[in-house]
Design a protein around this ligand. Structure first.
Ligand code: SAH
Length: 348
């Protein structure tokens, strides 16, 4: 949008030049413009995330990191790293909880939206910002948090047709964007024996980030905490969806003005971590993880000190942990390198 064209105009120009474009390219352009042009998260935005529901979420993440760090011998050169920090709420709450235990790591935020970066800068003054993970510090353990980050990264899809795999593409047709199946068959990358019509979805961007971070953790120490909605087992089918004003819309109606997301493939991310000899913990359900870390006691303590907030705190607790709310849909996975202690909350 920075060049004055709308997202739709950019996509149309690309399609006029190249013909159909791969679904992942469509998603990458749409989401990059979407996050660059607004602060979408919060009560008045398109969607709400766990840290925006309650301070308890970020505080527990901070205490979880502090516990792991102290059992790792309290390395003085550890860094707090967050991927896609949104409004910065999780970082603010986590760092405040960590400081109460004397843990004040340097702060590195990976954010490619100038708008959200400015929002984060208003709330976190002592931080370094990074456009991508390549410039993160190369020495010292990395304590990396990614809440609702991987679901925003673009996916590609392969569609099974006449016994071979074809790329899922996007075209412009009668003034609308729509999916079409690429003519050329592509070799490799997907399981061979699936029936016609099957869709195999994968995220090259997520795989690449997971691979690079796993290598960093193996070399430098630390942990990666991933919290997101997604599946624990490999599967087929499209998980692409779009949200606008907290309601589902078609991903093809208004690119750049709706949040395009996918289900995170935890199985895929875990396999990549394993290749780098990391231990993978979970994924477990968010409700169970938060409960085993003591979110119930944290809620009671908040209510004792501020009784007027009882209803609000109880509603937030329900929303974060109940199986019909975020408790089951969201999952938590952690990866640690050899020599790092077992993180809390994954055995129940
Ligand atoms: N973690 C926050 C925000 C989630 S929204 C929360 O829980 O509230 C997704 C975040 O990831 C936004 O900050 C968005 O700008 C950022 N983001 C999306 N794609 C990115 C990319 N490729 N590189 C860096 N940041 C990205």
């Amino acid at each position: 949008m920075s060049d004055g064209r709308t997202t739709a105009q950019k996509l149309i120009a690309l399609i006029e030049r190249d013909g159909a474009i791969p679904l992942g390219d469509y998603m990458a352009i749409a989401n990059s413009d979407y996050y660059a042009s607004r602060v979408p998260i919060g009560a008045g935005g398109d969607f709400i995330t766990a840290p925006e529901i309650s301070q308890m979420f970020g505080e527990l993440v901070g205490l979880w990191l502090t516990d792991l760090w102290s059992r790792a011998g309290s390395p003085a050169d550890a860094h707090y790293v967050e991927l896609g920090p949104g409004r910065g709420t999780l970082a603010v709450d986590a760092l405040r909880a960590m400081a109460q235990f004397g843990f004040a790591p340097s702060v590195h935020l990976v954010e490619n939206s100038p708008t959200l970066r400015a929002e984060q800068q208003r709330r976190l003054t002592e931080a370094c910002w990074h456009e991508d993970i390549s410039t993160l510090p190369e020495t010292g353990p990395l304590l990396i948090v990614a809440n609702e980050f991987f679901d925003a990264l673009p996916v590609q899809q392969l569609v099974r047709q006449n016994g071979s795999w074809h790329r899922q593409m996007v075209v412009r047709d009668r003034n609308r964007f729509r999916l079409t199946v690429g003519e050329e068959a592509v070799a490799g990358g997907a399981p061979p024996l699936l029936p016609d019509g099957s869709i195999f979805e994968y995220s090259p961007a997520s795989r690449s980030i997971m691979g690079d971070l796993s290598a960093r953790l193996a070399a430098q120490g630390g942990v990666l905490l991933v919290i997101d909605y997604g599946h624990a087992r490999p599967g087929t089918g499209s998980t692409l969806q779009a949200v606008k004003n907290q309601l589902p819309v078609s991903p093809f109606d208004d690119p750049g003005n709706a949040d395009l997301t996918v289900h995170v493939n935890f199985y895929d991310l875990g396999s990549i971590a394993h290749k780098h000899l990391l231990s993978v913990h979970g994924p477990v359900e968010q409700g169970q993880w938060l409960t085993s870390l003591g979110i119930g006691a944290r809620a009671q303590a908040l209510i004792r000190t501020e009784p007027q907030r009882q209803q609000e705190v109880e509603a937030a607790l329900h929303r974060l942990t109940h199986v019909d709310e975020m408790g089951r849909l969201f999952r938590v996975m952690a990866a640690t390198p050899l020599g790092w202690p077992e993180p809390e909350g994954f055995v129940y």
